[in-house]
Design a protein around this ligand. Structure first.
Ligand SMILES: NC(=O)c1ccc[n+]([C@@H]2O[C@H](COP(=O)([O-])OP(=O)(O)OC[C@H]3O[C@@H](n4cnc5c(N)ncnc54)[C@H](O)[C@@H]3O)[C@@H](O)[C@H]2O)c1
Ligand SMILES: N[C@@H](CCO)C(=O)O
Length: 433
């Protein structure tokens, strides 16, 4: 509990932690807004395809002109990795670019904070292995839900509890799988203009709604925490915070969880569209299993809601603060050499499912787009079926029809050009476990 003290020491010594940010979009801007008030942390360089927009992002979040003038602005993330930095933050959200940038950062001896969970799910186990060999930290992004869940799972296990289930909340209805970026803002109660003014990318926010981001995050949590992914997609049970233990205890004791030690995403809407009472739309949770009768009794004595067996109880965090909490990862990597959550194996995947009947010639447009949504399944099943990872479902055309709701395979699309992303994906598939 001394991260701020460690950072303050660096500030007093005149040696702030030097970070570089790749991707100054919504997440990046939220991080940048906190930098001037985080002693001991400096963002020395920012790379974005549009460096002027990145400069404007800094001004827009309140940086003064002297801070803007002291910062290097670049248009290439790989070049940024060669700057004098302790930590590289990858926040482009583009899976293939994320892999290229992470490899460049590792090669340059920089710690990597991988905001780009899309790239992490594609091949994070292989990137983590490369980072280990290079002696640098490869970390999940604190503030995003997978890192917060990883922290809660670690907390539970380090305190001697069993972890029955863990995950996050979201706003989900089955019909959302087919929403496109054209309709997305009505589901957030926003107009396209107000969303644009807030710097919110419609395709990115559609991936939060159409189930893709939930699948990606659930896979990341499973891969980081050693939890089991669903066999055929998340169930998204409607569930409020007081019912987590009840709903997510195992099926054989009356719950809805398909097994023990599972990852699941709970919905803030009942299936008929009514709001769930005390929902967890923006939060994260862990369902604990008491290791013995004594600790089960303590749950009740100290006020935790339990399921009827009294063995299961839950802890949750109601909100995640996205980029505003990212300094925790950056400082932890640089000052403690510790990741805030890390992909440790490749046991869960997020694969592309057709949003509508697709025909030869249709070109895929990736996460949150008009053609596919992402489903969380076991990595073993994905590899055996030759399923198309959602992170590779960008810019390639179909060579045969795929019916709405079906998982796409690599044989359904034209050959994906070889590159770092495909190579690291193959490396990750070799680490299946
Ligand atoms: N926006 C959120 O609320 C939110 C929440 C949680 C996690 N995230 C994660 O944050 C990441 C970014 O999301 P976002 O919402 O900020 O997206 P965004 O589209 O707002 O921003 C991405 C930025 O990266 C830049 N970029 C894209 N490709 C690049 C490249 N090759 N080199 C350099 N810059 C490049 C773009 O120009 C843009 O400024 C994603 O991985 C997403 O999953 C976002
Ligand atoms: N993951 C969130 C969005 C931002 O992290 C959601 O599912 O709505």
């Amino acid at each position: 509990m001394n991260l701020a003290h460690l950072a303050a020491e660096r500030a007093a010594e005149g040696r702030p932690v030097r970070a570089g940010l790749i991707g100054a979009g919504k997440f990046g801007s939220m991080f940048l807004s906190q930098v001037p008030t985080t002693p001991g942390l400096e963002v020395a360089a920012i790379a974005d395809l549009d460096p002027d927009r990145a400069r404007q992002a800094c001004r827009g979040v309140g940086w003064d002109e002297s801070l803007v003038a002291r910062t290097r602005f670049l248009d290439d993330g790989t070049t940024l990795c060669g700057e004098d930095l302790d930590v590289v933050i990858e926040a482009t959200g583009h899976p293939a670019a994320g892999v290229v940038h992470a490899l460049a950062a590792i090669e340059a001896g920089r710690h990597v904070v991988m905001v780009n969970v899309e790239a992490d799910v594609l091949c994070g186990a292989a990137l983590a292995e490369r980072a280990r060999r290079a002696g640098v930290v490869y970390s999940m992004a604190y503030g995003d839900q997978p890192a917060l869940v990883s922290e809660m799972v670690d907390w539970a296990r380090a305190a001697g509890f069993g972890v029955q289930a863990a995950g996050k909340g979201t706003k989900y209805l089955p019909a959302y799988h087919e929403v496109t970026p054209d309709e997305v803002w009505s589901h957030y109660g926003m107009t396209p203009d107000s969303a644009r003014a807030a710097g919110m990318n419609s395709q990115m926010f559609n991936s939060f709604l159409d189930g893709t981001k939930s699948a990606i995050e659930a896979a990341a949590i499973a891969n980081a925490c050693g939890l089991e992914p669903p066999e055929d997609g998340l169930a998204f049970p409607p569930c409020g915070v007081d019912d987590l233990a009840h709903v997510l205890r195992p099926e054989d004791v009356g719950g809805q969880a398909r097994g023990r030690g599972v990852v699941e995403v709970v919905s803030s809407l009942e299936r008929d569209g009514r709001p769930v009472f005390r929902d967890l739309r923006w939060g994260v949770y862990v369902v604990l299993e008491a290791p013995n009768e004594y600790s089960a009794a303590c749950f009740r004595q100290y006020g935790l809601p339990t399921d009827p067996t009294r063995r299961y109880a839950a802890m949750y965090k109601p909100f995640h603060l996205i980029g505003m909490e990212l300094g925790i990862s950056v400082l932890s990597a640089a000052l403690r050499h510790e990741p805030t959550g890390q992909t440790r194996r490749f046991s869960a995947d997020a694969v592309a499912v057709a949003k509508r009947d697709l025909v030869p010639g249709d070109r895929l447009d990736g996460e949150g787009g008009r053609t596919v949504w992402g489903k969380c399944i076991p990595a073993r099943r994905s590899v055996e079926a030759g399923a198309l990872p959602i992170g590779l479902a960008h810019g390639v055309a179909l060579v045969r029809p795929v019916a709405r709701g079906e998982i796409l395979t690599r044989a359904d699309v034209e050959a994906i050009p070889d590159g770092p992303a495909t190579r690291m994906r193959d490396e990750a598939a070799g680490l299946l476990g």
